[in-house]
Design a protein around this ligand. Sequence first.
Ligand code: IMP
Ligand code: MG
Length: 179
Amino acid sequence: MRQDIQEVLFTEAELNERINELGEQITADYEGKSLIVVGILKGSNIFTSDLVRKINLPLKMDFMAVSSYGNATESTGVVKILKDLDRGIEGEHVLIVEDIVDSGLTLKYLKDILLTRNPASIKVCTLLDKPARRKEDIKPDYLGYEVPDEFIVGYGIDYAEHYRNLPYVGILKREVYEK
Ligand code: IMP
Ligand code: MG
């Protein structure tokens, strides 16, 4: 798989370090509260699993699955809920965990839906942000790293369902998806 990667952006050790910092920041910000961490499947699965173990607070985990891309590399703007939360979130502090924010369409849509369910608060933590391609005016409350306008894979993030198991985050070679 390494031969399909143009450049490694963040190594396993760097990710570990940054996620530790995010966990500490979240722990401090929500002191005295409990929260529901909502991982967005499938991309944020690995990030969510690592992040919650760095958050020292009472918390529950839940997941949503949405489809936005299919096998293409550009957002269609169509977001469909494939799996909703198992439980209600009324009066709860919700932290949405995303893998990467690109156009922002997915996140805007999700946040709006969850807001209608009257949580006490909603914040967003994303591992990666590609601000160059933003279409919706939405900013993550917690961010791992900004990334360039390239196609990113690894650490849960896929191209056509592959590369999720890379332990690092990297740029996928164009020749892989421009075939
Ligand atoms: P958005 O709706 O355009 O912000 O796209 C958000 C979703 O598209 C993310 O949660 C990812 O699943 C996917 N996505 C965006 N950029 C990339 C990328 O560079 N590589 C892989 N998936 C991406
Ligand atoms: Mg995603």
